[in-house]
Design a protein around this ligand. Structure first.
Ligand SMILES: N[C@@H](CCC(=O)N[C@@H](CS)C(=O)NCC(=O)O)C(=O)O
Length: 208
């Protein structure tokens, strides 16, 4: 269990985009948390993943137990925040384009994990996964700016923007795809990168 002072522990990796989503939210909420790294993604021991039977990360440990999955974790972090913060959650995306943008980002993040876990192909050889990821990026490049303009102006942030930022920047970080040809997505990432929560959660490979 996390120490009494922190009350919250995020178990994940600095190189993981799903982990980064939860850490960005923790910082946006001004929450203090311990960060524990998972050292070996080949481990098949549930205990190495904070008790998550799916053997996936991130995991949030609280005084009441463990929470699995990035979205679940972000919601629990919101409940742990003493002051209400205006967040746009996926279920608030009632407009078609915004809802579809969230689906493409979430599915893209999942495909990227599958791609990385099954090892990347030789340079210049595109797998079906990469081709499909590029199709999602093409769509997001065309629609994300309008989608963002449609979101609640008073929001602190939206799950869509946090996950889109973590997704697009992770593609470059893990050399999965070159994203330099997507100027709108690059502008969005540059803007989001100015947030303290983004600066404090930069991708990197943990030493352990
Ligand atoms: N549905 C999970 C997916 C988490 C996920 O795929 N995490 C990756 C790291 S970014 C992972 O656990 N990779 C190891 C594996 O797939 O075995 C969530 O939303 O948090």
């Amino acid at each position: 269990m996390p120490s009494a002072r922190a009350q919250l522990r995020i178990i994940g990796r600095s190189s993981s985009h799903f982990t980064r989503v939860t850490r960005v939210f923790a910082h946006e909420f001004g929450l203090t948390y311990e960060f524990q790294t998972v050292s070996n993604l080949h481990s098949l021991r549930r205990a190495d993943y904070g008790g998550n039977p799916a053997l996936k990360l991130p995991i949030l440990e609280t005084a009441s137990g463990q929470w699995f999955g990035a979205l679940n974790i972000c919601r629990e972090l919101a409940r742990a925040c003493a002051t209400p913060v205006a967040i746009v959650w996926p279920e608030h995306l009632n407009e078609r384009l915004a809802a579809n943008a969230q689906e493409l980002v979430s599915q893209g993040m999942t495909s990227e994990v599958a791609l990385i876990m099954s090892t990347l192909p030789a340079p210049g050889v595109a797998t079906d996964y990469q081709t499909k990821l590029r199709a999602s990026l093409d769509w997001l490049e065309a629609h994300l700016p309008a989608v963002r303009r449609s979101l609640l102006p008073e929001r602190r942030v939206s799950f869509l923007e946090v996950s889109a930022f973590c997704f697009v920047t992770h593609l470059a970080f893990r050399s999965v795809l070159d994203t330099s040809g997507y100027p709108e997505l690059q502008d969005f990432c540059r803007e989001f990168q100015r947030r303290e929560s983004a600066r404090l959660t930069a991708y990197g490979f943990d030493a352990t």
